[in-house]
Design a protein around this ligand. Structure first.
Ligand SMILES: Cc1cc2nc3c(=O)[nH]c(=O)nc-3n(C[C@H](O)[C@H](O)[C@H](O)COP(=O)(O)OP(=O)(O)OC[C@H]3O[C@@H](n4cnc5c(N)ncnc54)[C@H](O)[C@@H]3O)c2cc1C
Length: 471
């Protein structure tokens, strides 16, 4: 084949990239294109979005490397189902290569592009790159997709161990890149302006070098991951989710680290990566989960919560310190620790009695690492409506969670500074303190920090009846 196009989407890197590696092997000249998809961008509420900055910065890093090989990225803005065929025609390209995506919108888009290619008599090759195992690679004894995580994980590990020494590494020898100079390159042209977004200060340094460095830095903590991963104040998880979301590193990069040693830290970390595969398989096989409960009976729930309480949850003004600290952290940084995601999701659904879909949508707007499969999976798990979800009667007690996972209130003090003066014991429920203690702490409950907007115990009973009513 003479010319191939590698269309990059959520795989913004030039190493260990399956589609790119195959394109480079198969064609004499390879072009690489990225399309700013107006259908996705138009849905983003704020035009100041650090995720868009991260995409642009990742592309800039790629472009710098391509320039060293006298090549360049092709950048376009519009509907990819029109833009990709246009690029193919303009550069007289014979074949299209891309890595598969499992989100419903992306699947429809990719099918359309594939059909157009076939109509034009051009070839299309797609690859599994974004996850380690996809679709029907991990099946149960009845040849069906697993709907419970632990047996899925066991089968995943069994399959993996039988081929462990072959974690594929898709080398990308950049010698066959098409010699080409883009007059509207990502480095020279103001694409942010074209797509109608404003640059934001970087929350994380984007790109593969930063992602691989972070992976390396995480080696220092991974031995203790099993114990440390639940304590937000320690910040000892990998923080790689925003990078894997954009594909600045490959899932194989992560898995190669996870098997370097065989201790509980490494094993637990691999297990989290397997959750990611699991949720992608579920979203791919059951796209309806994007809008509906995986367990249909829960779509009949009459959610009793109020829009006012939802607002207070979003702002981090519920009067529950750990919940508020977590939400304020999300609002300011776009990040939230996994334990806190579980705490605030359980709190929204089972204490404030608000539909998980509202929380999921809010996370989708704010999270730097937003990923439909993992976010939907996490929300439906917390709300007990999903595959292998926790039972509906398991309701996190926000006070116990706070005492257990932020025992000294370090995280709370960081994000709710008005509570700084309370003792390590009182900081989890400051409204229970006497006025004298509030005076000494320099914070009056009801004035400087809210009273709890709802009572946990009463709401727990209401939640149980709300769920029971549809069982
Ligand atoms: C309500 C809720 C919403 C969530 N939304 C998202 C989301 O939008 N995007 C996202 O990437 N993760 C989401 N998660 C999963 C998890 O919270 C994040 O992946 C994790 O906090 C990222 O931090 P880390 O990179 O330090 O993870 P680590 O603890 O270092 O884990 C390594 C990697 O494994 C994957 N991972 C870890 N835990 C999970 C999990 N429970 N489910 C799926 N993958 C996992 C991530 O890719 C992560 O980077 C959500 C969880 C919940 C409970």
């Amino acid at each position: 084949m003479k010319r191939a196009l590698c269309w990059v989407r959520r795989d913004l890197r030039l190493h260990d990239h399956y589609a790119l590696s195959e394109a480079l092997k198969s064609a004499d000249e390879v072009y690489i294109a990225f399309v700013f998809d107006n259908l996705i961008l138009d849905k983003l509420h704020s035009k100041i979005d650090p995720r868009v900055t991260m995409i642009v910065d990742s592309l800039k890093e790629m472009e710098k490397t391509l320039n060293l090989h006298s090549s360049s990225l092709i950048i376009a803005y519009g509907n990819p189902t029109e833009e990709i065929p246009k690029i193919m025609k303009e550069h007289n390209i014979d074949a299209l290569f891309f890595n598969r995506d499992y989100e419903p919108y992306a699947k429809t888009r990719d099918e359309k592009v594939q059909k157009t290619m076939l109509d034009l008599g051009l070839s299309v090759f797609t690859f599994k790159d974004h996850v380690f195992y996809e679709k029907n690679e991990i099946l149960n004894g009845s040849q069906e997709i697993y709907k419970v995580f632990t047996p899925y994980k066991n089968k995943w590990l069994e399959t993996f161990r039988s081929q462990e020494e072959h974690i594929p590494l898709y080398n990308c020898l950049l010698k066959k890149l098409a010699p080409f100079k883009n007059s509207k390159s990502i480095l020279s042209h103001n694409w942010m302006q074209v797509i109608g977004f404003q640059e934001t200060p970087a929350v994380l340094v984007a790109g593969s070098s930063a992602a691989l460095q972070r992976l390396k830095d995480f080696e220092e903590y991974i031995d203790n991951y099993k114990e440390a991963r639940d304590i937000p104040a320690l910040e000892q998880t990998s923080n790689l989710s925003s990078y894997i979301r954009l594909g600045n590193l490959s899932i194989r990069d992560m898995i190669r680290l996870s098997v370097e040693k065989d201790n509980s830290g490494y094993q637990t970390w691999l297990s989290e990566i397997i959750w990611r595969d699991f949720y992608h398989v579920i979203l791919d096989a059951y796209p309806l989960v994007e809008k509906k409960c995986f367990r249909p009976e829960y779509d009949k729930i009459k959610w009793l919560g109020s829009s006012k309480d939802f607002e207070r949850w979003c702002e981090g003004n519920t009067g529950y310190p750990l919940v508020d600290a977590a939400m304020r952290c999300l609002n300011l940084t776009g990040m939230m620790h996994n334990r806190l995601r579980m705490v605030v999701a359980s709190f929204l659904t089972k204490t404030l009695l608000i539909d998980w879909r509202l929380g999921e949508k809010y996370f989708a707007e704010k999270l730097l690492d937003y990923d439909l499969a993992a976010n939907n999976g996490g929300w439906q798990w917390s709300a007990s409506t999903g595959v292998d979800a926790q039972p509906y009667f398991r309701i996190f007690n926000p006070y116990n969670q706070s005492e257990k996972f932020d025992p000294k209130g370090i995280f709370i003090r960081q994000w709710c500074p008005e509570l700084k003066g309370f003792s390590d014991k009182s900081i989890h429920s400051p409204h229970d303190t006497e006025v004298d203690e509030q005076f000494i702490a320099g914070c009056f409950i009801g004035k400087d920090y809210p009273h709890p907007i709802v009572g946990y115990k009463q709401q727990r009973e209401r939640a149980l009846s709300m769920y029971k009513a549809v069982k």
